[in-house]
Ligand binder design. Structure first.
Ligand SMILES: [Fe+2]
Ligand SMILES: [Fe+2]
Length: 265
């Protein structure tokens, strides 16, 4: 059995602290072969920079995925091309810096993983079609691999809409071992294995301060929504949460057999 952890959006310093505090216990409990985390908000809520990417890798994360905030911290433009384990959405226009997917080799003889990052379009800024990008990458990554070495495909679908995310789950059912939603920072209780052996959850939830609005100080968000004033997002501090899922994948078939949700406090 292959064991995979995927961790939801790490929000700023409080999120990195939650990761540092709570990931070691999960590594012990689940002994994962692969750890993926969404890092689009890791630097003060806005993008990621090189020291923070290093910090997250050093804590035991193998692959960092991103999302709509990928370019918020311009430092990423300097190092993304030399950091293959940091991936950005694959459905950005041709020529965007970095890459939208990565092959992660485990051990000789064991199928490698292919981790793909996609960005949704419903209630979000315009971007290329995530479904066409998924189909194209599936062909490119899986059909061109020898069948005994075909990578186990894991997708982080970073999107706002529950329907767009469920649709992606069914679109890739039987093709990907997992389609995992990120972006809303609120964990959903709909984790399941779709027929065809695809582990699915609409949203992994957040890694950050538990008593907050998606990581931001509630009083700031109250000012924004109640008074409709422009506000500067400041991250809340306090007890943390680490959210995500643990997936079990059959090594032989490359299909998921189980998905377990966690929200460590
Ligand atoms: Fe996020
Ligand atoms: Fe996002």
């Amino acid at each position: 059995m292959l064991s995979v952890l995927m961790i939801g959006d790490i929000v700023g310093k409080p999120g990195r602290k939650s990761l540092a505090d709570k990931l070691p216990k999960l590594l012990q409990r689940y002994a994962p072969d692969l750890v993926i985390a969404n890092g689009e908000n890791a630097a003060g809520g806005k993008g990621i920079n090189e020291p923070i990417a290093k910090e997250i890798f050093d804590l035991g994360v193998d692959i960092i995925t991103m999302g709509n905030h990928v370019w918020d911290n311009r430092d990423i433009l300097r190092f993304i091309d030399e950091t293959p384990r940091l991936i950005r959405p694959a459905n950005f226009p041709e020529g965007a810096p970095g890459r939208g997917w990565v092959i992660h080799e485990l051990r000789p003889g064991i199928r490698p993983f292919a981790v793909v990052n996609l960005l949704g379009r419903a209630f979000m800024n315009p971007v290329d079609c995530p479904f066409q990008a998924a189909a194209r990458l599936y062909d490119e990554i899986l059909k061109n691999s020898p069948s005994d070495k075909a990578p186990v495909l894991i997708v982080d679908f970073h999107a706002e809409s529950t329907s767009e995310k469920e649709t992606m789950g069914y679109f890739l059912a039987g093709k990907a071992a997992a389609v995992l939603g990120s972006h809303t920072h609120v964990q959903t209780a709909d984790e399941r294995v779709l027929s065809g052996g695809t582990a699915y959850i609409t949203d992994l939830g957040m890694t950050g301060t538990r008593e907050s609005v998606l990581g931001v100080k509630p009083e700031i968000m109250i000012r924004r929504f109640v008074h409709q004033l422009p506000v500067r997002h400041e991250l809340e501090e306090g007890p943390g949460i680490l959210s995500g899922v643990w997936i079990q994948i059959d090594e032989e078939s490359g299909k998921a057999t189980g998905i377990t949700r966690f929200a460590e406090q």
